[in-house]
Design a protein around this ligand. Structure first.
Ligand SMILES: Nc1ncnc2c1ncn2[C@@H]1O[C@H](COP(=O)(O)OP(=O)(O)O)[C@@H](O)[C@H]1O
Ligand SMILES: O=C(O)[C@@H](O)C(=O)COP(=O)(O)O
Length: 422
């Protein structure tokens, strides 16, 4: 297998978002969980997205795991390496986007990497280095209250500079509007000034096509699904990939019981859970009781088993910013997050042990915890449920999954997802 594009994603929902974008752009794509074992059988593909759970771990560990993934992809001839980060640039000043970008760029022998989280399809745009989420700057969006990575600075040149060894420059929209050569020249100029990364503006998909073409002339870039789209278009335009004529055959219906799990506390997910109440039984975990050592997971599982024969159920830990802050103040941010993730993973394991083969998970870290516990090695990518969220089919057994980024999906996401998972 010779890969046109190798991708290292810092979380599992982000990886399926990217795999969805690449598939839609015509690249045959597979998503693996972690670095694949040597004996994992993978179909012939143009792109592999290696999913890591490295967004919110110590930077040195994120660097080590990303390097391992990059080495696996490079050994399969990856022509270009994309480090997939969140379109809302989720990270803290202690890491991990800067350190991983520095490491992958240095390993590839490059002086500078192009970086952009722009993803206009989901209303993430970058102008003069400032990230906008919908109509507001990042620091005024709900991401300011993210439980693990509260984003309080919209200026990504500043954000990335605080995380990076080398300096960070800007490729502004006026330069992007001049085309890929102008972007390349700007990258060269910034590299001569000693910068190791450049935040690139992008507002429309056509800006991403320019950035993709410019990025492809180097070995490494960092971005969200939008840059993936740009790279995919550039690969097809350069004749390095023949766009797949038909979507991969993912196999027939699986049937049986279905369940949804939500650990995201994003505004979008909170709204989707409220809407789901009309369509299915919803059980809310009590994180305070869970952290106090009560068997919330066991109780939720018993509750689910009593109902799942009649239709899908939803179990959610999600809470609004005040409730999350109260739990974190008492138990600590990481301890609270890990305890809730562990409970979700245990519930998922119990559901699958009782025959659930259609599972929807909301939240990046939550999806990581669940998929790891279920030991799923890789996914093929199916139809899109909502922008950034595809249906996934496991490669080693008959199971449908949807891994939803907290922020993505329409108001009826849970019902929409289950409709596409027969
Ligand atoms: N009620 C809660 N209180 C505190 N933390 C929570 C609560 N519910 C979920 N969490 C934690 O918040 C984090 C949400 O992150 P994640 O699953 O990545 O969602 P998103 O996709 O919105 O970023 C997880 O670590 C999860 O365990
Ligand atoms: O780029 C994005 O916004 C998503 O692909 C993503 O990474 C989302 O992360 P979570 O919200 O933590 O799921």
């Amino acid at each position: 297998m010779t890969l046109a594009l190798g991708c290292v994603a810092d979380d599992y929902t982000g990886a399926s978002d990217l795999a969805n974008t690449l598939t839609k752009a015509g690249l045959r794509t597979v998503q693996t969980i972690g670095v694949p074992a040597d004996d994992l059988a993978l179909p012939e593909v143009d792109a592999v997205v290696v999913s890591l759970k490295s967004r919110s771990i110590p930077a040195d560990e994120a660097v080590a795991r990303s390097r391992e993934a990059a080495a696996w992809l490079n050994a399969r001839g990856a022509g270009h390496l994309l480090f997939k980060v969140c379109s809302t640039f989720d990270s803290t000043d202690e890491g991990n986007i800067g350190p991983v970008t520095d490491a992958l760029r240095e390993d590839a022998g490059e002086a500078i990497a192009l970086v952009t989280p722009a993803f206009p399809e989901t209303a993430r745009t970058v102008y003069l280095g400032h990230l906008f989420v919908g109509m507001v700057p990042l620091a005024e969006s709900p991401l300011k209250d993210h439980p693990l990575n509260p984003m309080r600075d919209s200026n990504l040149v500043r954000v990335l500079a605080r995380q990076s060894r080398a300096g960070v420059g800007l490729i502004d929209l006026a330069t992007v509007a001049q085309g890929a050569e102008a972007v390349g020249a700007r990258l060269d100029a910034l590299a001569r000034e000693g910068k190791g990364a450049a935040i690139a503006d992008a507002v429309l998909d056509r800006d991403l096509a320019v950035l993709g073409a410019a990025a492809l002339t180097r070995k490494v870039s960092t971005g969200a699904s939008g840059l993936g789209l740009g790279l995919a278009r550039a690969l097809v335009a350069a004749g390095r990939v023949a766009p797949a004529a038909t979507a991969a055959d993912l196999g027939g219906p699986i049937g049986g019981p279905a369940a949804c799990l939500a650990g995201s506390c994003s505004q979008a997910t909170l709204g989707q859970i409220a809407r789901a109440e009309a369509a299915m039984p919803v059980r809310r975990l009590d994180p305070a009781r869970l952290l106090a050592g009560e068997d919330e997971a066991g109780a939720a599982l018993t509750w689910a088993m009593e109902r799942i024969g009649d239709g899908p159920v939803l179990i959610a830990s999600s809470a609004g910013p005040d409730e999350v802050a109260a739990v974190q103040a008492r138990y600590g941010r990481d301890a609270a997050g890990h305890a809730v993730e562990a409970a979700m993973a245990r519930i998922a394991e119990g559901l699958v042990a009782h025959g659930v083969r259609r599972l929807v998970v909301a939240g990046g870290e939550t999806s990581g915890a669940v998929v790891d516990r279920l030991r799923l090695p890789a996914f093929r990518v199916g139809p899109e449920i909502a922008a950034g969220v595809p249906v996934l089919r496991t490669t080693d057994r008959d199971m449908w999954l949807a891994l939803k980024s907290g922020n993505f999906g329409g108001p009826d996401f849970f019902a929409d997802a289950l409709r596409l998972m027969p």
